[in-house]
Design a protein around this ligand. Structure first.
Ligand SMILES: *Cc1c(COP(=O)(O)O)cnc(C)c1O
Length: 501
């Protein structure tokens, strides 16, 4: 090593500029042509491994420009693109381009947003982002919170907080004992995070008391109250109720106001899982649907869903931010994070993580780029497109419309001659599952599935600012054409093609 160090990982300024410009040009070309690309290439893992090459770790390095070319080609020609206008799978949004630029900027400053002293401006931007998100969904700006990696983590962060506040105080030192009999309530429509949470955080899966849903996938409020009363009689300790603001399968929003009232009556923690749906609370026309949001003790929302942030960005909001500190704060001797000048805001005291990246920047920059009005427009249009999809499906002789709520429509393909087929429902389940596989591999459109009643359905969730009416019209035709093809194949060779029946 000479007096001046030149580390192998450093990139000289001019080289950085050149390589960076080239990468941005490549990305701009990609964005300009994304509509013409397949949604996915459907290649096998084996084929992808062959493309990667390189069996073992290289001993010596390669030039940045070369690596950027290689990585760009691998990713831009061999990925699934959720930014494609015909991607409607699961709940993964098209990423806001400004979010990608934000990630680049965030990475170069690299603030550690665990402590204010390590991230002075980033901490303030995250605080402002949290305040704006609260305003966005219509809760008072006194709510506080933290950005996390996604919906699961946002729900976990709230779940553990509810446990700390509502369980006997002794569990902070003694842990949970079986005789504590802690109980939480949620509907069958709740996302799988709840099962992970009950196992991970010591309550056990039996602590989840599942409440029945009505035909529209909403929790039955009277059933909830009956269960609470019975559990109290049986010596259990109910601690929280989880309401859905947009359930993951069908987009149903529970009666939040009623759930909030029950939680007040029985002194339970009221948590809303709004990972997908709660941004729609910004729409004045959906005010009634989301009434009661401000009764929540905590809320999970996912900017990487309906706010179009690139992965990953989730957010936990809590009515009393001190409850997060009570749950997560500790003060090791090796931290010098307080200040003699002012009260510091150290995010490591508000959640699971210690070192934390600057997720807030991409959310903050998107909110600034389009404002509340821009988001209202995009969310409203996504809902209109979903309704259009439902209407077109409903009008088509070979498609059966099932549900439509927020921006999720579910439906299935039903061939014209279905009446003549034995075990009709079994066959339709098999047919629609095969059809989904065919569509997911085909690359023209990407859908996912839902099971409604006992029926296997196709599911289109539109959290995609690139989708247009034309895409929806084309997708309906694509589904019917593929449906005919798969039906024909199944009728000809039922044994070979049957899967999961
Ligand atoms: C997506 C989703 C989750 C999980 O969120 P991730 O970001 O995938 O961790 C939880 N609940 C609901 C309602 C969701 O839609």
């Amino acid at each position: 090593m000479t007096n001046k160090r030149h580390a192998p990982i450093e990139i000289d300024n001019e080289e950085f500029r050149k390589a960076g410009h080239k990468l941005i040009d490549t990305i701009a070309d990609f964005l300009g042509t994304i509509q013409q690309k397949p949604v996915t290439t459907g290649e096998t893992s084996k084929a992808l491994q062959a493309l990667l090459g390189m069996a073992s770790l290289p001993a010596d390095g390669t030039s940045p420009e070369h690596i950027i070319d290689k990585a760009s080609a691998l990713l831009l020609d061999h990925s699934l693109f959720n930014g494609h206008p015909k991607f409607f799978g699961y709940i993964t949004s098209s990423p806001a381009p400004i979010g990608a630029l934000a990630d680049l900027l965030a990475a170069i400053v690299n603030p550690n947003v665990g402590a204010q002293v390590l991230s002075p401006m980033a901490t303030q931007i995250e605080l402002q982002t949290i305040q704006w998100l609260s305003e966005f969904i219509g809760v008072p700006s006194t709510y506080g919170g933290i950005l996390v990696s996604g919906g699961n983590m946002a729900n976990f962060t709230a779940f553990v907080t509810a446990r700390t506040i509502k369980a006997p105080k002794k569990i902070k030192s003694g842990g949970i004992a079986e005789e504590d009999k802690l109980v939480v309530y949620c509907s069958k429509a709740t996302h799988t995070w709840i099962e992970k949470a009950a196992v991970l955080f010591g309550l056990g899966s039996n602590a989840i008391h599942w409440v029945e849903t009505s035909a529209d996938n909403k929790m039955k409020v009277e059933a909830l109250e009956r269960m609470i009363q019975k559990d109290l009689q049986d010596g259990c300790r109910p601690i929280m109720v989880i309401g859905n603001a947009g359930d993951v399968s069908t987009g149903a929003v529970d009666d939040l106001q009623d759930l909030s009232a029950i939680c007040k009556k029985y002194e339970l923690w009221f948590h809303i899982d709004g990972a997908y749906g709660i941004p729609a609370a910004v729409l004045p026309e959906l005010k009634d649907m989301f009434a009661g949001v401000d009764g929540a003790d905590s809320i999970a929302l996912d900017p990487h869903k309906w706010l179009y942030s690139p992965l990953e960005a989730g957010c936990t909001l809590v009515k009393d931010p001190n409850h997060l500190i009570e749950t997560y704060s500790s003060h090791p001797v090796y931290y010098n994070f307080s200040s003699t000048v002012e009260r510091t805001h150290n995010f490591y005291e508000y959640g699971f993580q210690n070192s934390r990246g600057f997720r807030a920047l991409k959310v903050w920059m998107s909110l600034l780029q389009v404002g509340r009005n821009g988001y209202e427009q995009m969310i409203r249009e996504d809902i209109e497109l979903s309704k259009l999809m439902y209407a077109l499906v409903d009008a088509h002789a070979e498609l059966e419309a099932m549900t439509q709520s927020l921006s999720i429509a579910t439906f299935r393909y039903v061939p014209a001659n279905v009446k003549t087929i034995d075990n009709k429902e079994d066959y339709l389940n098999r047919l629609n599952e095969s059809l989904l596989n065919e569509l997911q591999q085909g690359g023209q459109v990407f859908l996912s599935n839902a099971v409604i009643g006992e029926k296997y359905c196709l599911r289109a969730c539109i959290v995609n600012f690139r989708t247009s009416r034309e895409d929806i019209e084309q997708v309906v035709q694509i589904i019917v054409a593929a449906g005919k093809k798969v039906h024909k194949a199944l009728m000809e060779k039922p044994a070979i093609n049957s899967q999961g029946a």
